[in-house]
Design a protein around this ligand. Structure first.
Ligand SMILES: [Zn+2]
Length: 286
């Protein structure tokens, strides 16, 4: 039987939060069996622990990032950390955080993946559990469509569509998501926004920490950044990264093929809530 695991040692990262604009520090720490991924707000007078699960996900607040909340405490923009934990197969983890949002770093999951590599992996004694499905399913939430098919691996096909002269349609498929493929194909893809959105986002107190250093800014004729794109299809790869993170709100890794059209955080969470009701939780056999 495959065993659960956690990180082997503590690793910290520091930087500005994308939406809050506040400097924060996170520390990845080992956790024991069956704990899942837990964020702990260590800056509050009484520390509050929030399990990163669909039960604590606030889809109404998941406008430009995934949000978890419990007992009045909140953590914004957890998806890049969740994506790394999912891809690395980390079942149990403590993420201490001294603010309401982790650092956005370079806007991708590259440095977070490096932190997970630095932290290493430690096997625990409990059996690993994974979600599988027996038959195809399809869910539609507004413009987002999620189809899911039985599969021995964790596969994603993702497509995005925008009514914009520079970015109209991209699609990306990855047939075996694991630590190695994630680091090579997905982790470096940066977050993005359209230039015309910035003013409105900031009026709504979003993107306050955003800059050319941590987001690709798309204009009518191309990107405004001087750093070239890391992949021709970087935008859909980043959406795939976000989806991998949001899917881990299921609480366990998923073995299935997921075809997502126009995914977004809010609908990713809606999908996970429906998925867990219908999926089977099994002991992982390999
Ligand atoms: Zn993202």
């Amino acid at each position: 039987m495959v065993k659960q695991n956690t990180v082997d040692k503590e690793v910290s990262l520091e930087g500005i939060g994308l939406h809050t604009g506040k400097i924060s520090k996170i520390t990845l720490k080992p956790a024991t069996d069956n704990k899942g991924i837990r964020f702990i707000r260590v800056d509050l007078p009484v520390k509050i622990e929030i399990e990163a699960s669909w039960q604590n996900a606030v889809s109404s607040q998941a406008v430009r990032g995934s949000v978890i909340a419990k007992d009045g405490a909140i953590v914004y923009t957890i998806e890049h950390i969740m994506a790394c934990a999912n891809a690395f197969g980390i079942d149990n983890l403590i993420v201490e955080i001294d603010s309401s949002e982790p650092p956005i770093l370079d806007g991708s999951a590259k440095l977070i993946a490096q932190a997970f590599l630095d932290a290493g992996k430690r096997e625990l004694s409990a059996d690993k559990l994974i979600y599988t499905i027996q038959k195809d399913m399809r869910f539609e939430f507004g413009k987002s469509v999620y189809s899911i098919f039985p599969c021995e691996r964790f596969e994603i096909q993702c497509s995005i569509v925008f009514d914009h002269p520079y970015l109209q349609h991209q699609q990306f498929a990855i047939t075996n998501i694991n630590q190695e493929t994630f680091i090579k194909e997905i982790a470096p893809a940066k977050t993005f926004c359209f230039d015309y959105e910035i003013e409105a986002l900031q009026k709504n107190n979003l993107g306050l920490g955003g800059s050319m250093a941590n987001a690709i800014v798309i204009g009518l004729e191309g990107i405004h950044n001087t750093e070239p794109l890391r992949y021709d299809d970087e935008f859909v790869r980043h959406k795939t990264l976000d989806l991998i993170g949001d899917l881990y709100l299921a609480g366990h890794q998923i073995k299935a093929q997921i075809v997502a059209q126009r995914p977004g955080h809010k609908n990713n969470i809606n999908f996970v809530k429906e998925f867990v009701k219908r999926a089977q939780l099994l002991t992982a056999s390999g």
